[in-house]
Write a protein that binds this ligand. Structure first.
Ligand code: PEP
Ligand code: MG
Length: 589
């Protein structure tokens, strides 16, 4: 089929969720709205209705467990954890008991009772002033629909009719639908709803399928089998693209593919500049599933292991043993390369599935987050510290505390680390080897006292994601003020300079592990200011290494001095863009 040349091209802008460009025919995903029959049942039939309900719960459980297993095979254990939350919905005693009671009281069929009760839960969750809980609404909706479909013997959606490679257009995708998609048939994904942290988006990124979300009402503008182009780099969706647009994007894709080939050609070469200056390129990970990718991209270690990923989506805290296994696997597989294990950074937008563990706060990013949470909950913190110390025996491990704002916090965290060590000694499992302890610099207060902090730790790692949010007072997850979130702001450049000067004076190393490290535009800035290491998304390593190998350290130092003189972040960005263009054009091929 050829694109329809007579229809008008329309461009929509949304949130870029997964990089890449794809074009093809649309498949409009229609969620089957379950039609629930309503009828009175005989009072003697109460038991039979309950038996039908229990059988449906069991069958649904089996379906979800099967999906979970498929996801483990396709994407790994971390991604599959979402379905543990689904299984928990099925085990929710309150939901089940209320349904049984409602059926008995009303004398109506069990489908009506279950629908009413689950709907009440959904309404309550929707009203909660907490984005994480709100996003869990889709989990309950997903499970409730599945149970009703089983009770009524229906198939859940039109996804079964999806046989050719297409672009999926949906209001929102349920996690179970996204997870079971056949990657070979999905060209791209676009949705009305969703943020970068919604489950469907996390899955799309793992599938490495281009995706744009948060398009508000795109489903109203797209008919089945419209021709669509998805630009997951810039968050654009073009319906009925003209020949010209397809040609331009075709060239863009070819350029990107050729460039990627050029970038990857440097993969096995050392990460040094033309004048022999080294910049260590390490990877950010969330668990052992990311290690293959780290190795493929020749990461020189793990510069940031976000340990909270083991806690998220769970309703209970992982035990010391569970954590030990998770950390040990990573340390062992990376050995002899270093692994920086960051202690728990729960809070902000990273909440556990159980509300009890993540109480509501007016300003969660300014609240009981990261090391503050750990110091308030020493038992949970020590469980983690013991697990980390035990895992460290299996390789080259360092510890890092997030969100340090003052020396006292660092001292208290270190004191608990010593207590954890003593507890291990008392258990006969001594972990008395030396460990390097570093801190994240991601709060403006830490920048201002970097000279003091540098005297009490072995390394700094600059978390630019938070440093930008706190310095510029721009909520990092609020898309309404996203244009104000400016890594090139002069205040950020000065903060980097202050931090690095303090570290250099004390002779400790500085890593940058925020997203700025993954953005090739910022490489000369970070190199020129004197950063020693970068920890980045593994897939970004080839391009960063390529650029690094085509710069001299001297020219980036001169560039940084010029950048520092700029009074406006836009000028900084323009200078960085021309530097990048020059390097890529000069050296292509
Ligand atoms: C950061 O803030 O830059 C960082 C790396 O930590 P996180 O994104 O996990 O807050
Ligand atoms: Mg941070």
């Amino acid at each position: 089929m050829e694109p329809n040349k007579t229809r008008k091209e329309i461009i929509f802008e949304g949130v870029p969720a997964s990089p890449g460009v794809a074009h093809g025919w649309s498949f409009v995903y229609i969620k089957q709205e379950v039609e629930i029959p309503r009828y009175q049942v005989d009072s003697n039939a109460h038991k039979a209705e309950i038996a039908r309900f229990e059988k449906a719960l069991l069958e649904t459980r089996k379906q979800i467990s099967d999906i979970r297993q498929q996801v483990v095979v396709k994407l790994g254990e971390d991604e599959a954890r979402i379905f543990d939350a689904h299984l928990l919905v099925l085990e929710d005693v309150a939901l089940i008991d209320e349904t049984i009671r409602a059926q008995k009281q009303s004398g109506l069929n069990i489908e009506v009772a279950f629908y009413d009760v689950s709907q009440r839960y959904i309404d309550v969750f929707k009203m909660m002033d907490d984005n994480y809980i709100k996003e869990r609404v889709s989990d309950i909706q997903d499970v409730a629909k599945r149970v009703l479909n089983v009770l009524l013997g229906q198939t859940p959606s039109n996804m079964g009719q999806f046989t050719e490679s297409k672009i999926i257009v949906a209001e929102d995708l349920e996690p179970s639908t996204t997870a079971t998609l056949d990657k070979s048939k999905v060209l791209g994904i676009i949705t009305d709803k969703g943020s970068r942290s919604s489950h469907a988006v996390i899955m799309a990124r793992s599938l490495q399928v281009p995706a744009v979300v948060g398009l508000h009402n795109i489903t109203e503008h797209i008919a089945p089998d419209d021709y669509i182009l998805v630009d997951g780099y810039d968050g654009k969706v073009i319906v009925n693209p003209t020949e010209n647009t397809l040609f331009t994007y075709g060239q863009y894709q070819r350029v990107r593919q050729t460039l990627q080939g050029v970038f990857e050609s440097s993969l096995d070469k050392p990460s040094t500049t033309l004048d022999g200056h080294s910049l260590k390129l390490m990877a950010n990970i969330g668990g052992v599933n990311n290690i293959d990718q780290c190795k493929n991209m020749r990461a020189e270690g793990v510069g940031l292991f976000r340990t909270e990923s083991i806690f998220l989506g769970r309703t209970d805290y992982p035990t010391e043993e569970e954590q030990y296994i998770a950390y040990k696997q990573v340390v062992e597989r990376m050995n002899p390369l270093p692994v920086v294990i960051r202690t728990l950074d729960l809070g902000g937008d990273k909440k556990m599935a159980n509300q009890h563990f993540s109480p509501k706060e007016e300003n969660p990013f300014m609240g009981l987050r990261a090391v503050r949470f750990c110091l308030e909950n020493p038992r949970i913190f020590k469980d983690q510290l013991r697990a980390i110390l035990r895992a460290g025996k299996h390789g080259n491990m360092k510890i890092m505390y997030p969100m340090i704002s003052g020396l006292e916090e660092l001292k208290q965290a270190n004191a608990l680390l010593e207590t954890a060590r003593q507890e291990l000694r008392d258990r006969g499992d001594a972990c008395d080897y030396p460990v390097e302890i570093g801190i994240m610099i991601e709060i403006p207060a830490a920048v201002m006292i970097a000279d003091i902090l540098a005297q009490h730790c072995s390394f700094f790692s600059i978390g630019t994601n938070d440093l930008i949010q706190y310095t510029l007072a721009v909520d990092r997850v609020n898309d309404q003020i996203a244009h104000l979130y400016e890594p090139s702001h002069p205040a950020i450049l000065r903060s980097l300079k202050t931090t690095i000067s303090a570290a250099q004076k004390q002779g400790i190393k500085v890593c940058v592990c925020g997203e700025m490290a993954s953005d090739p535009l910022y490489l000369p800035l970070l190199l020129g200011v004197g950063v020693n290491e970068l920890s980045l998304t593994a897939v970004a390593i080839p391009e960063i290494k390529y650029l690094l190998r085509n710069c001299t350290y001297e020219e980036t130092k001169i560039l940084f001095d010029i950048l520092l003189e700029q009074s406006d972040g836009k000028n900084v960005l323009n200078l960085l863009k021309s530097f990048y263009d020059r390097k890529v054009k000069e050296n292509k091929g």
